[in-house]
Design a protein around this ligand. Structure first.
Ligand SMILES: [Zn+2]
Length: 62
C-alpha cells in the first residue's frame, strides 16, 4: 500500500495532528508540523513512536 494512502489513517502520536511525508520519491520520514517532530521510515514502515521521534531543527540555515 502506498504511504500516501495510509497517511490519512496515521496521526502524530504526540499531538494527534496531521503528518506529512519527507521526501517525495523516496520517503524517509513523516513530519509533524504541529509539534516539530520527525518520525523515521524504516524499510517503508513509519516508526510512529515517541521514542523514535526526532526534533526537527527549525533554525534557519546559515
Ligand atoms: Zn505532533
Amino acid at each position: 500500500m502506498e504511504l500516501k494512502a495510509i497517511l490519512s489513517y496515521l496521526a502524530c502520536p504526540s499531538c494527534h495532528g496531521d503528518l506529512s511525508i519527507e521526501g517525495e520519491d523516496h520517503p524517509s520520514a513523516l513530519l509533524c508540523a504541529n509539534c516539530h517532530l520527525r518520525y523515521p521510515i524504516q524499510d517503508g514502515i513509519p516508526l510512529l513512536l515517541a521514542s523514535e521521534a526526532q526534533a526537527i531543527d527549525t533554525q534557519p540555515k546559515e
